[in-house]
Ligand binder design. Structure first.
Ligand code: PEP
Ligand code: MG
Length: 321
């Protein structure tokens, strides 16, 4: 019976009209890869590397990081079509992810402060060893991509990309795809310009919702209103997909909406082609997508965009998808 369940879980998410959606896992620890694969992940769509720093009292060295990334690549090897993808997000420190041992200045508004890409650009002592570790790992094969968090302008992306290229050249490493998180409205509205310089996008609906709706993602009193199904958030996702298409880039979602079966259905209708989520959410999302047609999901997405609020979007769940 276990065997049958595993076989069922590893089947792809293909809609009734033959459209396949890539299903990946979000992992915070390297040793979660095995569990993610058992739940049916086809790769890792988001490795949150800040947890490598959060869970210990010091900063992992370049060598230690290389060993971790290589172990993950090995764990993801040998998929049905070769190596499974591994998308490693460069450190996203700040906001809700504070690392005490880095002794960063305290900020009145850390969510609007030096976090993600802004911190990486100010701290080459954090960025460079991580990039070196990633490119060193890439020299041993695998399907590795690098992703930058909290990008708000094309200029930030260009500078980070340039640093990647310098380090790649120094190490004589292979080029790897470089993608960005779309998790700030500024990035969504500039998606077409960013798409010229990014190989892929992954939408972080947790932060995108927080920054679009001006709601702290951790405020329990506003948890109901902080719904990623808000039509404004959906509009920004649609804009991101459109912008990406101008340069033929693919768009994934790695925020919490991807792991909600109805959200996953809606995102597929909006044109998202990869969904990355907590491993535990994978079986239900796959089942949902297998039961729907892309044409119906596209229709659902059109109707969702026209609703007055998140509650009305969620009410469309009744039968449509
Ligand atoms: C997000 O913001 O949706 C996201 C996936 O990143 P994190 O939750 O790690 O901030
Ligand atoms: Mg985020």
């Amino acid at each position: 019976r276990r065997r049958a369940q595993e076989a069922e879980r590893s089947r792809p998410a293909i809609t009734t009209d033959g459209h396949q959606v890539a299903i990946a896992a979000n992992v915070n620890r390297p040793d979660s890869v095995a569990f993610a694969l058992a739940e049916g992940a086809e790769g890792v769509g988001l490795m949150r590397t800040e947890f490598l720093f959060l869970e210990r009292g010091d900063t992992p060295s370049e060598d230690e990081q290389e060993a971790i990334y290589r172990a993950m690549i090995t764990a993801l090897g040998d998929g049905p079509d070769g190596n499974r993808p591994l998308i490693v997000r460069a450190l996203d420190i700040g906001g809700d992810k504070q690392v005490p041992h880095l002794d960063l200045p305290t900020e009145e508004n850390p969510f609007l402060g030096v976090r993600g890409a802004r911190l990486l650009l100010r701290r080459p002592d954090l960025l460079d060893p991580q990039l070196r570790a990633l490119y060193r790992a890439a020299k041993h094969g695998g399907d590795l991509s690098i992703m930058f968090p909290m990008i708000t302008s094309t200029w930030e992306l260009q500078r980070l990309r340039a640093r990647c290229e310098e380090i790649r050249a120094e190490l004589d490493a292979p080029a790897v795809p470089i993608g960005i998180m779309i998790e700030v409205p500024a990035a969504a509205v500039q998606a077409a310009a960013l798409a010229e310089h990014a190989d892929f996008f992954s939408i972080g609906t947790n932060d995108l919702t927080q920054y679009t709706l001006a709601i702290d993602r951790q405020n329990p009193d506003l948890a109901a209103e902080a719904d990623s199904l808000h039509p404004a958030v959906l509009r920004l996702i649609a804009l991101t997909v459109e912008g990406a298409a101008t340069h033929g880039r693919w768009v994934g979602v790695c925020g919490g909406l991807a792991g909600d079966p109805f959200g996953a259905a809606l995102l597929t209708g909006l044109g998202v082609s990869e969904l990355s989520m907590t491993p535990r959410d994978i079986p239900a999302v796959k089942a949902r997508l297998r039961g729907a047609s892309l044409a119906d999901l596209q229709d659902l997405a059109r109707r969702a965009l026209a609703q007055p609020g998140a509650a009305q979007v969620r009410a469309l769940d009744a039968g449509a998808a």
